[in-house]
Write a protein that binds this ligand. Sequence first.
Ligand code: GLU
Ligand code: MG
Length: 480
Amino acid sequence: MAERRRTGGPRSAAARGRAGERPGGARAASRGLAARGVVAIACCFVDNAGVTRTMSVPLRRFEEATRFGVGMSSLFSVFLVNDAIVPAPGFEGPSGDFRLMPDPGATVALDPMPGWAVAPVDVRDQDGEPFPACPRTYLKRQVEALRGRGLSVRAASEVEFFLGRRAEPPPGVGEEGDPVPSHLGPGYGPQALARHAGFATDLVRALEAQGVGIHKFHPEYSIGQFEVSFPARDPVAAADAVVVARQTIRAAAVRHGLDVSFAPVVFPGAVGNGAHLHLSLWDRRGRNLLTGGDGPEGMTRTGEAFVAGILAGLPALVAVSCPSVPSYLRLRPHLWSGAHACWGRENREAALRFVAGMAGERRVAANVEVKPVDGAGNPYLVLGSVLALGLDGLDRGLRLPEPVTEDPAGLPAGRRKRAGVRRLPASLGEAVAELERSAVLRTAMGELLYGAFLATRKGEAEVFAGMDDEAVVRAHRWRY
Ligand code: GLU
Ligand code: MG
């Protein structure tokens, strides 16, 4: 039922076919969009800074765009969060163009933004070949690698966001002040729902009707904070859901005179916006490999190796999943953001929280939650990197260390060692150094993407070096 509002049905041939080929799904998608009053499609590319950039085409050009793409400078691979552009290998000068190829099967009409649809994109070069630094193609490659082993992943994101009113000063009059939060708690309190019932209703209705679907929606812990989470689906669709949902949330907020921030931190010192990622691993026979086995917490040995690979790669992963300078104001102990590399059943301070699910539903529900992920992370790069690490765990047949159910920050040295507890990087600079040592992520990303990604992270670390927390937070608050 929910899938009905997605255009073009299941992953279309166009998504898989070569550029220039006539995409079977595009015409039907175009007709479906027209029937819903869509006049233009926002093709959305998420860059290496985690910022969404867009080029729109009128509906009339949509089919053509699915074949020949929409042109954009390839330098969008090396944009920083503040729109500065940095050089990187393969991105040295002002020349170069890539094509955003909207995926008709993933294009969604936005209820709170009548007349508009959002299209997730693959990036191709002008010869129609996949652009090597395309984030969505990177994720597809990892999905393919899993498929080659007879495995698949189901994934779902949680999206936390700040809802409030931006305090815009008149031009030229000092710094922007703090935004006014939409609610002051209590955390998880129904007061916030009552106060913003119009926004909440619009959002739930839209996401359900658009086929993104909502798993859960609630006011979160921090002032002005809400969270929406989504049903599990294949990884590319799970990342697309984040892109579509974010624009839906923005549009619903604007209709109620409100502004939205997905930035990792909106007020220095407060609990931040996470983007936790839930994953389960499945075999060809439709068995969830995180349950029903003889490994720890009932994981199968394959499931254990996959999770152990993610655990082993966490220090480098955070450069991708917590990629901004303020990400490290969030990634701190006791904020439930997963600042310690360790794993444990239902441990909300562990970077990997094993979720067993209720008796009776475990076959479907058992999953692992990756907590050190925030709103600055590009959902395609984050998921692609998590899968690459899981694949490495499979290759190496890794085993998990002891689980941790206590607060990892306070563990005695012996337990810390046996459980392999490690404080994750405390700054973007530290995380980048870890990524530079990660042969797994380097190989998975490929040289062009890896080089561009590193250049942008180093660029941001340099731009914001020496700035106080207030200034850093202010510079990021409305970028994501
Ligand atoms: N807001 C927390 C974070 O930054 C997560 C809170 C929760 O467990 O939902 O990750
Ligand atoms: Mg939450």
